[in-house]
Write a protein that binds this ligand. Structure first.
Ligand code: ADP
Length: 265
């Protein structure tokens, strides 16, 4: 089967007046349809740069990026992007926020509206359709932002730290909740996160990047022997800590002693 996404030997550098900053070096990996993959790495290593390249916002210096076997530049509209902040507009109701992407891209049809209505109902936001974003909790806002993204029917979802603006307690429930919605929708997802627990609880594989310029240190397949494989069940399973420690060790492998991340309790 053709992978949905294939990156081959991607390099990227930023050029500024101060000089060149190499952000990515020789990045190669593939995503299979329906897979959920997390990307972790030290702060500033190049994770957001990687997503920006896949989203087509920037072009790689060298290497190849393929979506469904074709150059990504030819079909990057099949990609949805969810960022740290939900970017809901306060002057629009939730209903009109959800429809915004379809409206801008000229794809607002009666069918899209029916689909939006069904998703608002399915994800428990029907009674908030007329509300303003400030009337919703952080979790509900992220759901609305996800509906807006899914309404564009992306084949691949890019998630850049989408839960990091939430407080810890909310973050746990919202990441589990959104993770399950994405799984049930059968979408392929690439999640950038600095939260190792989040990476392990949501993903089929975890890509570990090195310090800048980011190279792939390891790709760890994550499997849990669970009847009901939910993020919450994973967090409570005995394998969870093993995966967490494995990733944490890999991230700290090349760090000078004084900058090492403290060991988890
Ligand atoms: P991460 O998402 O892993 O925190 P980024 O991809 O945002 O890292 O950035 C990788 C590196 O590239 C950073 O260390 C930063 O110094 C550099 N960088 C990011 N954006 C720019 C930019 N617009 N111009 C110059 N350098 C940048």
């Amino acid at each position: 089967m053709t992978p949905i996404l294939e990156l081959r030997n991607i390099d990227y550098s930023y050029h500024t007046l101060d000089g060149e900053t190499k952000a990515l070096s020789n990045i190669s990996f593939t995503l299979t349809r329906g897979e959920f993959v997390s990307v972790v790495g030290p702060s500033g290593c190049g994770k957001s740069t990687l997503l920006s390249l896949i989203d087509g916002l920037m072009q790689p210096e060298s290497g190849e990026m393929l979506l469904n076997g074709r150059p990504l530049t030819e079909n990057s509209e099949r990609i949805g992007y969810m960022l740290q902040h939900d970017h809901l507009f306060e002057w629009r109701s939730i209903w009109r926020n959800v429809l915004l992407g379809a409206e801008i891209s000229g794809r607002l049809t009666p069918e899209t509206k029916r689909h939006a209505k069904a998703m608002l109902e399915q994800y428990g936001l029907k009674q908030f359709a007329r509300s303003r974003p400030s009337e919703l909790s952080g979790g509900m806002r992220q759901r609305a932002a996800l509906i807006r993204t899914l309404l564009m029917e992306p084949e691949l979802l890019l998630l850049d730290e989408p839960f990091s603006a939430l407080d810890y307690q909310t973050r746990l429930t919202v990441s589990d909740d959104i993770g399950q919605i994405i799984r049930r929708s059968g979408k392929t997802a690439l999640l950038v996160t600095h939260d190792l627990s989040e990476a392990v609880s949501l993903a089929d594989r975890v890509i570990i990047l090195t310090r800048r310029p980011a190279r792939i240190a390891r790709i760890i397949p994550v499997t849990f022997d669970l009847g009901d494989d939910t993020p919450l069940a994973r967090r409570n399973a005995p394998e969870f800590k093993t995966y967490f420690n494995e990733i944490w060790k890999e991230l700290n492998r090349d760090e000078p002693k004084e900058t090492r991340t403290a060991a988890p309790n």
